[in-house]
Design a binder for this molecule. Structure first.
Ligand code: ADP
Ligand code: MG
Length: 369
């Protein structure tokens, strides 16, 4: 294990014509960790991976890989493997030749016997041994993606860059392949940078998560660290299932007054609060909000705007004067669309954000989990 991080991106800037994809992006991936890069479409995830692999010219910034500055190094000399969204397979070759392709490049100089052995082992790991002689255009989506991952894996690179490798697959296949990626990670102690727009996908595979939006890293840490202290409204909106609830609020005489709600929360519950020039947004994880039938849990009222039955639980959307939120409730709560409800935010739950900049202004709320 080296003391250096496996990958270190510093101040990456990249524009395509007039379109800015990366605006000073910083990112550190440690040796042997799975780091999920989580962000919406257009956030700059693919650009980040391409820059790490050396497949785009950067306008500014440095890329360090395994302790070496590779900013100006060829892609071929970086020893990273990239798996793209969609399946970048060569249609004219069968499965085994697709997997062996990189090993036959002059950079590797492997004997055919060795190649056969490595292809065989990798195929076993990804459970595609029975497909080795098939043409790739006869494979299902899930099979193709396994082959694409096998192509990357067989090289045993120092690092994997996985660009939404599973997003084209259905839920069951996705979960299965995710488990296999974790297994591969354990077996080979490999380092992975995994780009995804899927919150569940990110937290189920990653050691650490980085929230990216607008070409900037918004926050990076373990999912626990991010829950305990989300950096901004944007992070709250991209994290959680459902994501964070936000209420318009003001700070008056040591209390947080939520717009249109009867509840006032003592400011001490939010830890140190740096001044916020405009109004604030009170952000609360939905799991922390108590909701019940009208006049049951508190005096603040809302209206059930939508009910989404999910078999063993249901998700409700609650409209209130200060904001709306979604929350998962047990089936035993008989909410119907249009019902009035009451809600309460426990003291010490939640975070204050500047309404304008979206930055967190409370330093250590006790919300989160
Ligand atoms: P993500 O992978 O998170 O969806 P991308 O890195 O692909 O984000 O894109 C970031 C931004 O850069 C987007 O606004 C996208 O439209 C733009 N972009 C990416 N690649 C190109 C390209 N080759 N030409 C023009 N614009 C691009
Ligand atoms: Mg992308």
């Amino acid at each position: 294990m080296t003391a250096d991080p496996m990958l270190q991106l510093q101040g990456l800037r990249k524009s395509y014509g007039g379109k800015t994809a990366l605006r000073g992006l910083d990112l550190t991936v440690n040796v042997n960790e799975i780091f999920a890069l989580l962000g919406p479409t257009g956030a700059g995830k693919s650009s980040t991976l391409l820059a790490s692999a050396g497949l785009v010219d950067l306008d500014a910034g440095r890329v360090r890989l395994a302790g070496r500055d590779v900013t100006d190094a060829d892609p071929g000399s970086r020893d990273v493997a990239i798996v793209f969204e969609g399946f970048n397979l060569l249609p004219v070759l069968d499965v085994k030749d697709n997997i062996a392709f990189a090993l036959r490049s002059p950079a590797f100089r492997e004997t055919e016997d060795e190649i056969k052995l490595r292809v065989g082992r990798t195929a076993e790991l990804l459970r595609i041994s029975h497909l080795l002689d098939r043409d790739v255009d006869t494979l299902s989506g899930g099979e193709r993606q396994r082959v694409a991952i096998a192509r990357a894996l067989v090289r045993r690179p120092v690092m994997f860059l996985l660009d939404e490798p599973l997003s084209a697959l259905d839920l069951k296949l996705r979960e299965g392949l995710r488990a296999e990626l974790r297994q591969i990670h354990r077996q080979y102690s490999s380092t992975m940078l995994y780009a995804t727009h899927d919150y569940h996908g990110a937290i189920s595979i990653a050691d650490r998560v980085g929230i990216i939006d607008g070409g900037v890293m918004q926050q990076a840490g373990t999912i626990d660290e991010i829950y305990r202290l989300p950096a901004s409204v944007l992070v709250g909106k991209l994290i959680g299932s459902p994501s964070m609830a936000f209420f318009q609020a003001t700070v008056e005489g040591g209390q947080v007054v939520v717009k249109g709600a009867e509840q006032r929360l003592p400011i001490e519950g939010f830890g140190t609060v740096t001044s916020s020039p405009g109004g604030v947004l009170l952000g609360v994880w939905p799991e922390d909000i108590e909701v019940g039938p009208a006049e049951s849990v508190g005096a603040s009222t809302g209206k059930i705007y939508a009910v989404d039955n999910r078999g063993f639980e249901r998700a409700i959307q609650v409209e209130t004067t200060g904001g709306s939120f979604r929350k998962v409730v047990p089936l035993s709560m008989p909410f119907m669309q249009g019902d009035a409800c009451s809600f309460r935010i426990p003291e010490g739950a939640g975070f204050l954000f500047d309404a304008e900049s979206g930055k967190r202004v409370s330093q250590a709320g006790e919300g989160g989990r």
